[in-house]
Design a protein around this ligand. Sequence first.
Ligand SMILES: C[S@@+](CC[C@H](N)C(=O)[O-])C[C@H]1O[C@@H](n2cnc3c(N)ncnc32)[C@H](O)[C@@H]1O
Length: 314
Amino acid sequence: MGSDVSGNERHTPVMAEEVKRILIRDPDGVYIDGTIGGGGHAKVLLDKLTDKALYIGIDRDATAIEHCKKRFKNSTTTVELCKGNFSMMNEIAERMGVKGVDGVLLDLGVSSAQIDSPERGFSFSSDGPLDMRMDQDSGINATDLIKSLPERELADLIYEFGEERHSRKIASAIVNFQKKSPVETTSDLSSIVKRVIMGSMKTKSLARVFQALRIAVNEELSSLEKGLTIAVELLNKGGRIVVLSYHSLEDRIVKNQLRDMSKSRIEAPEMPTGYREQVKLLNLLTKKVIRPTESEIRSNPRSRSARLRAAEKV
Ligand SMILES: C[S@@+](CC[C@H](N)C(=O)[O-])C[C@H]1O[C@@H](n2cnc3c(N)ncnc32)[C@H](O)[C@@H]1O
């Protein structure tokens, strides 16, 4: 991705002040940024950390890691960067000799650099190969994923991950198209969707179909479920987790998982009463979800759908 460095710098971090206020309790602490991207949040958070702190940045996208290496090479706080999935953050931390952390940030979804690079295939507004992999070194791209699925499964995927009610019609049009040639570009896919969806709903349907494929290609929801559990395990007592999500499927997982971990439950229910212990992993810090202000949405329209949830390890 030739234009990546400038592209990454174009990413404006969402609700950065709120993230900083909630996440950083100990300026000398150890923090994991599981989705470092262009380093927008990292820059804001590092400004609050001392030279005793450690900031671990993870991203599946090699270009983001390369970019952040350059961006933070003169940081006074130690910044360790690792290409990987945040669902493996425990192994990444362990390799760095870290056993517990004071904060974890997950800013989900794609970065502006990824959306604005046609060659990554995330956007229906520009033409490029239908790739959609955040990690371009592994996994199956969107063209091959579509090719591998029977029509019924493709329709289910579009319905489940895109919440698109015309999923059957769209899947059938994709399968028909594939009888002649594979769906190789973002323009191929856009033209298929535009042909079957009439009127003003075209753009919404396009966004939903692209979202569905992106979620499936990157197995985003299973990474999130696993990542949340592992992040909470890794937190020190009093450590905090902050998650920014951008659509209802992600937010539902975050909301439910943080809520479940903040309920008291009985450890070892098979033991006699006297041996049982009531445990509670988290205290919710956001009983109500935090949304960006109108003025943030005006200056950064991509923040519009953001929802912030946070919790503290008990
Ligand atoms: C919204 S951007 C993050 C932007 C960043 N907070 C900033 O301010 O520049 C999301 C990033 O998370 C990465 N990502 C998404 N899912 C991931 C996962 N499961 N593991 C690691 N990185 C992931 C994407 O590659 C992308 O770079």
